[in-house]
Design a protein around this ligand. Structure first.
Ligand code: GAR
Length: 230
């Protein structure tokens, strides 16, 4: 069976990109990274792409009239790679309907863009998800006992799209930002490839805002919990 062609969007270190690349190295993996897109030059994610022999496009966002114009340029340059799914992996830009409409998977009736978020998107949206869990943000001073890594379809809001899967990360008493991030990223690196596999195998459906995996309300084996409608 043909492998699902992924375009992975990054802005920084790219550790999730690495996890996805590593997973796709397995010939049994039903997906492949055909291109990496970065809105920043010089980021480590680009070195990871080069080391893996994956082509990369740098399309810096400065100089475009608005987000939509930036995305039109990305889409134009993506064309030769014929991606089937856009995977946001630490891509620190809010995407617009320009990208969402162009990437929609009409055949399966699914959104064509997914994202990983280091918190429960029902509790917290935007950047600094680990700081949120530690109670470091002035508007969220409560430290959580556990946070949830979330993989979701992207819609026109910020971290508001239907949840595909979540996995818990305990927040331990001695944790600082570094230790929590380290533990959380290890979970991210497991969960994201797992969800990509489900999508590539055609096991994910969306009815309204509820995701179903293998016909059941979304949830994964192991420590992941059911995704829910927003
Ligand atoms: C990850 O923790 C990811 O969940 C987060 O950025 C980090 C990227 O790390 N994404 C967001 O906060 C999106 N709201 P990476 O570049 O090493 O994959």
């Amino acid at each position: 069976m043909a492998r699902l062609r992924l375009a992975v969007f990054v802005s920084g270190s790219g550790s999730n990109l690495q996890a996805i690349i590593d997973c796709c190295r397995d010939p049994a993996c039903p997906a492949e990274v055909v291109v990496v897109v970065s809105n920043r030059a010089g980021v480590y994610a680009l070195e990871r792409a080069a080391a893996a022999g994956v082509p990369a496009l740098v399309v810096e966002h400065r100089g475009f009239m608005n987000r939509g114009e930036h995305e039109r340029e990305i889409l134009r340059r993506l064309e030769p790679y014929r991606p089937q799914l856009v995977v946001l992996a630490g891509y620190m830009r809010v995407v617009t309907p320009v990208l969402l409409e162009a990437c929609r998977d009409h055949r399966r009736g699914l959104p064509g863009v997914v994202n990983i978020h280091p918190a429960d998107t029902r509790a917290y949206q935007g950047a600094h998800g680990y700081e949120f869990a530690l109670g470091m943000l002035p508007e969220h001073p409560r430290r959580l006992e556990q946070t949830w890594i979330t993989v979701h379809f992207v819609d026109a809001g910020v971290d508001t799209g239907p949840i595909i899967a979540q996995a818990p990360v305990p927040v331990l008493p001695g944790d600082d930002l570094d230790t929590l991030k380290q533990r959380g990223l290890a979970v991210e690196h497991r969960l994201y490839p797992e969800v990509i596999r489900l999508l590539a195998e055609g096991r994910v459906e969306l009815k309204g805002k509820q995701v179903f995996v293998d016909g059941k309300p979304a949830g994964l084996a192991g420590d992941a919990r059911t995704g829910g409608a927003k």
